[in-house]
Structures are given as C-alpha cells and as structure tokens.
Design a protein around this ligand. Structure first.
Ligand SMILES: Cc1ncc(COP(=O)(O)O)c(C=O)c1O
Length: 384
C-alpha cells in the first residue's frame, strides 16, 4: 500500500535541516528560533515543585482556571481588555496547536484563506489539511510592511480568514495602529475571521509596543489571538500557548482542541500560573531582548551584510545580494559548513520560494555565542 499524501509538497522543515547541519558541522546555530539560554530558575523551580507535588494528571480541557485568569489579567495590563477566562481563553500545546485549531474551527472545504507572506511554515499545511485554499499576498519588499491595497484586492466572496503575524517572523516587522485600523476596515461588514499569530508579543524594540488585534474592539469580535508562553519565557520545548477569542469562536475552537490534544501538560500550567503573578516577568522581556538585538546589530554593522535593525521578534534579516548572486539556500549551507554559522534562507517563507538574497539570524542566544558568530561573519566574503 502506498499513502496518497495530503501534503505531497511538504518535506522536512528547513529549521530541522539547518539545525541538523549546524550540529553535524559544529556550527553556531543561529537558524532555528529557539533561545540558546536557560529560563528563569524561578520558573524551572516552580515546574519541578508542581511535578513533585503530584500535579500530574489531566487538567481541565480548556486549561487550569488559575492560568486562564492570569493570562486574562496580563491581557488587561498589556492590551487594555479583559477576556473572560472561563469562556474566551483556552490553554493549548503551543501556538502551533492554536493556529491549527483556529483554522480547523472556521475553514470549510473550498474556503479561501489570505496569508501574508513571507509566512511561518505551519500556516499552509493547516489550511490545506482543513480543505482551505491559501491565497498569498506578499508584503512590500524592502521594509516588509503590509500593502493593504494588495490585501484588499485579494479578498473574494470565498475569503473566510485572513492570517496575520506581528511581530513578524522572519522580518521582525511590527504593525502600527494604522495597520490594525486598515485590517479592521477590510473585514468590516464581511464574514471574515482573523487568525492573529502574536507569539512574539513581548519582543519589540526601540519603544515600539505590540498591538494585539484583541485590543481593537471591532477586530476582537472576529479574531483568534494565538500566543506562546514558550517564546515569551525561553521554554520553547514546553510547547505551551494559548488562544483568546470571543465566546462562540472559542466554543468551536475547543471542539477541535479537545480531540487534537484534549489539554496541555498540567504541572507546567500551574508553574506558569504562579510565575505570571508578577508582571515584571513579562514586562522585562523587551529590555532583555533589546540588549541582544543591539549587540547583534552593532556586530553585524562590522560585516559586509546589509540590514535594518529588527523592530521585533528575535530575528534579524540581512541581505547579501550586493556581494554575491548565489541562492540564499546555497549561502546558508556555505555559511554553515565554512564559517560555522547557521542561518535560515528566507526564500523558504515564500510560497513561490522567491529568492531576494536575504538570510535570517536568530539572536536569542548567549551574548558570547553571538559575539563569536559575528566575528566569523566578518569572514563572509571569503566563502562566497
Ligand atoms: C511566527 C510563529 N508562530 C508560531 C510559532 C510556534 O510557536 P509554538 O512553539 O508555541 O508552537 C513560531 C515558532 O517558531 C513562530 O515563529
């Protein structure tokens, strides 16, 4: 028997490939988006405490009440609205699950889903597996801002969802309040849902503030806000995230969630609930990453790569088209093998694999590791 694949064009993700190559080559891994440093020992201690104290059986399907309450309070503090912890907040196994379940909740066979690209790689399979059709709209090349006229032109009677992501992976672009208003205007009076990937909500720079789509009263009525505690608290392997959405949307979302994973690891939920009691723990995240962004940008300026400092997320893009015309995939491979620094070619974030000669670095790494990588990047012309 052979399986007729539902995802024939999907192979192993570039993140796995580059991380594997980095390990084989003993390279500094600035490719995959995970922190290279540990989480706050207080959080780790709390996780251990709840495991030892026996919080190890199934928790409630939607997440423990304490964590949903703390998340609602965090949302009030940072975004100015208080979602109902009982009916509008669901704890899930990572933002990836939230995104998938949100798509599954609303996308029907033949529905169109507008995806702004470059886009994170889990969106397309989620849409396809649920019978939807991704309609790609590229953001502006150069600054990666959204071309709202292009988004408007892509809307058809079949559009069911618009999927968006700010702060953006891979570009670091952060939406302004005008962007949020543009989106609100586009979906006004239309039966279109929004799935908002906000996993980098706490990583913004130079005084920028992340604006959750949930904070916009009109958009709140149509949006699944998807977040990730893993990204915020440097524990990506814990795979724990959340979805905030209006009551009726949450109710459909939970129907999917309860048969996808049912719930999420119990002791970690208790640990996070206690950890979130002190807002400083998330309010201090931008400052923590700002120093890494600054350090990385300073060093990158001494290389021959061109870049604009990232506005948010823990990624920095850099272009090399003025140095060489080799493909971004080839460059990423050469850099890993010869310079021993791994990065991600950003053509993989485009549906047509368009190659603008741009690579992505993850700077969520120990300062020493970043400094060493930057030293090696000065040698780039040698490997081209
Ligand atoms: C834009 C974006 N969305 C979602 C995720 C996945 O988040 P999680 O690990 O919580 O599933 C990532 C992880 O890299 C991401 O970059």
């Amino acid at each position: 028997m052979s399986i007729t694949s539902k995802l024939p064009h999907i192979g192993t993700t570039i993140f796995t490939i580059m991380s594997r190559m980095a390990t084989e080559e003993g390279a500094i891994n600035l490719s995959q988006g995970f922190p290279g440093f540990g989480a706050d020992p207080v959080l780790l201690e709390l996780a251990g405490k709840y495991i030892r104290e026996g919080y190890n059986q199934y928790p409630p399907m939607a997440g423990i009440p304490g964590l949903r309450q703390r998340l609602a309070e965090k949302t009030q503090l940072t975004q100015g609205y208080f979602p109902d912890p009982e009916k509008e907040v669901t704890i899930v196994s990572g933002a990836t699950e939230a995104l998938f379940a949100a798509v599954a909740a609303v996308v029907r066979l033949g529905d169109e889903v507008i995806v702004l690209e470059p886009a994170y790689d889990s969106y397309e399979p989620a849409i396809t597996l649920n019978g939807g059709i991704p309609i790609y709209v590229s953001v502006n090349s150069g600054d990666f801002s959204v071309d709202w006229e292009k988004v408007k032109a892509a809307i058809s009677p079949k559009t069911r969802v618009i999927m968006v992501n700010s702060p953006h992976n891979p570009s670091g672009f952060v939406w302004s309040s005008e962007d949020v208003d543009h989106l609100a205007e586009l979906v006004r009076d239309r039966e279109i849902y929004v799935i908002s990937d906000e996993v980098y909500e706490h990583i913004t720079f130079d005084g920028r503030k992340h604006i959750s789509l949930g904070s916009h009263p009109e958009l709140r009525e149509k949006t699944f806000v998807c977040g990730s505690f893993g990204k915020t608290f440097h524990v990506t392997g814990w795979k724990i995230g959340y979805c905030i959405a209006p009551v009726d949307m949450t109710s459909e979302f939970r129907k999917i969630h309860q048969y996808l994973t049912f719930t999420t690891v119990t002791p970690i939920q208790y640990a996070l609930a206690e950890y979130l009691e002190d807002p400083v723990r998330y309010l201090s995240i931008p400052e923590f990453y700002q120093s890494k962004r600054d350090l990385f940008a300073k060093g990158l300026a001494e290389t021959q790569l061109k870049f604009t400092p990232s506005a948010g997320s823990f990624f920095q893009l850099a272009s090399y088209g003025h140095l060489s015309q080799i493909s971004d995939q080839e460059l990423a491979e050469k850099m890993t093998r010869k310079l021993k620094v791994a990065c991600i070619p950003i053509s993989v974030f485009y549906s047509d694999k368009r190659d603008d000669k741009i690579i992505r670095f993850c700077f969520a790494k120990a300062d020493q590791e970043l400094l060493e990588a930057l030293e090696r990047l000065k040698e780039l012309p040698r490997v081209l």
